[in-house]
Write a protein that binds this ligand. Structure first.
Ligand code: ARG
Length: 489
């Protein structure tokens, strides 16, 4: 192999690949960030090869020592790479061989880049899943904290963006909490499927060497080796699953931000975004714009795009490694890189926005938010609800004509619509009462919202435990893998 022109496959080819081919097929700029995982995967593989007597223990030890040096280079950001070597995996292997000689050239025994790439990606995805869960958890925490302070702030609840029934800010916030909670559970559940080791699948058929897949799987902190080698190298459903969970989180964030954007407009004025998370205009001196919320909303399209991208790539593929699969990484990285900051910014916005209590309550004066309560009042006095609905509808029409609210109509006027109405009707019409009386499970009454809060508290605790446990488990595995010890042979 000529040092200058070498590629991974030089033996088979009589002519060097065109420079344009090398550039076109290279994934180095993208997969560079897998460097650390690649070293870990190779450490486990080399250790296993030595232990099984597939290579000598001296070679195994020399490889591991070289890999430790490469890990130091990565950590100090001084890893030399060559674009023509296609990807980070080949770069690390060739660098190792340059550093330690012959032993390095034995590392790729009983391994293919096909299983190597997907092993590295799964390790990355484990961390990405936990990071995403952690950022999600901080946002959920911020939402829960604000909600528990806002059980007495009443605002109009909307359906079709039309006034519907009054709710509390705490109740509205908790709706966002539980959406995100399901997202978090989705990630937690998908983690089990990510945490599987494809290492040892080799190119697709497994290998003739007496490898120990259980050993490499446990060295890398995986739950188990994948049961089928073809599936191991071809499957990317763990990628699609993360991207789906991420896209849905993005959609949920977008919906939250949509509300922050229009509720902070002067028409609504329900809340004021902190200056720290707003920006101004280059021409209009008075402006304070919710750009951060808009960008969180605006980045949703890209998240959905990444999911569609990977699903479309997977769709046409025969069951094995195909080069198309190289294209999974840009999608994963870009979604992950976008999503975590979106979650962090959303948490910051939620923690710092200021609610305009008076404005919200004043808005409740419009739109007959207590009409359902009047109908319920009649139904409780024996009128079938469908009749009560009609009676109140007529009363509302009358009130609109007079430019009055329901509670501003005289008792006689109200009784004109239905003589079941009595003086005590005025005690069910105030907004506070409408809110307070909705005590059904999950309802808006401040009496029952604490149930949601305590449920939220315990799921946050569970999530936190899961994240901590998994992080320390993989960190421990990696630490002992990188350590120099007597038992590595
Ligand atoms: N750079 C490729 C990737 O990231 C690795 C290629 C592995 N296999 C192959 N037969 N070309 O997917």
């Amino acid at each position: 192999m000529n040092g200058e022109k070498r590629t991974l496959w030089s033996g088979r080819f009589s002519e060097a690949a065109a420079e344009s081919t090398l550039a076109f097929t290279s994934s180095l700029t993208v997969d560079r960030r897998l460097a650390r995982y690649d070293v870990l995967g190779s450490m486990a593989h080399a250790r296993m090869l030595g232990r099984q007597g597939i290579i000598s223990s001296e070679d195994s030890e020399t490889i591991q020592q070289g890999l430790r040096e490469i890990m130091a280079m990565i950590e100090e950001d001084r890893l030399p790479v060559q674009e023509r070597l296609e990807d980070i995996h080949s770069n690390i292997e060739f660098l190792l061989t340059d550093m330690i000689g012959e032993a390095g050239a034995r590392l790729h025994t009983a391994r293919s880049r096909n299983d190597q790439v997907v092993t590295d990606l799964r390790m990355f995805m484990r961390d990405a899943t936990l990071d995403t869960m952690e950022a999600l958890r901080s946002l959920q925490r911020a939402i829960m904290d604000r909600a528990s302070d806002s059980l007495d702030i009443i605002l109009p609840g909307f359906t079709h963006v039309q006034h519907a029934q009054p709710v509390t800010v705490g109740h509205w916030l908790m709706a966002h909490f539980f959406r995100l909670q399901r997202d978090s559970e989705r990630l937690m559940d998908s983690y089990r499927r990510v945490n599987i080791s494809p290492l040892g699948s080799a190119a697709l058929a497994g290998t003739t060497y007496r490898i120990d897949r259980l050993y490499t799987s446990s060295l890398l902190g995986f739950e188990a080796p994948c049961p089928n080698s073809i599936d191991g190298v071809s499957d990317r459903d763990f990628v699609a699953e993360y991207l789906f969970a991420a896209a849905l989180i993005a959609v949920h964030l977008s919906s939250l931000c949509e509300e922050l954007v229009y509720w902070s407009s002067s028409e609504f004025g329900f809340l004021v975004m902190a200056d720290a998370y707003s920006t101004g205009s280059s021409i209009m001196p008075q402006k304070k714009n919710p750009d951060v919320a808009e960008l969180v909303r605006g980045r949703t399209g890209a998240a959905i795009g990444d999911l569609v991208n990977v699903l479309s790539t997977m769709k046409g593929l025969p069951t094995a490694y195909n080069r198309d699969l190289q294209e999974d990484k840009p999608a994963v990285f870009s979604t992950y890189d976008r999503l975590v900051p979106c979650l962090n910014m959303a948490a910051a916005m939620v923690a710092t926005m200021v609610f305009n209590k008076e404005r919200m309550l004043a808005a409740c004066r419009e739109g007959f938010l207590n009409a359902t309560d009047l109908a319920d009042y009649l139904a409780m006095r024996g009128l079938p609800f469908r009749r009560a609905h009609e009676v109140v509808g007529a009363a509302v029409r009358h009130a609109i004509e007079l430019g009055k609210r329901l509670e501003e109509l005289e008792l006689d006027e109200l009784r004109g619509f239905c003589d079941l109405i009595e003086e005590d009707v005025y005690s069910v019409l105030p907004m506070e009462r409408c809110v307070a009386r909705r005590t059904s499970i999950g309802g808006t009454s401040p009496e029952v919202t604490p149930m949601q809060l305590s449920q939220a508290m315990s799921v946050l605790r569970r999530q936190g435990d899961f994240i901590d446990r998994e992080r320390s488990r993989t960190e421990k595995a990696f630490r002992s893998l990188m350590e120099q010890g007597p038992s590595q042979g």
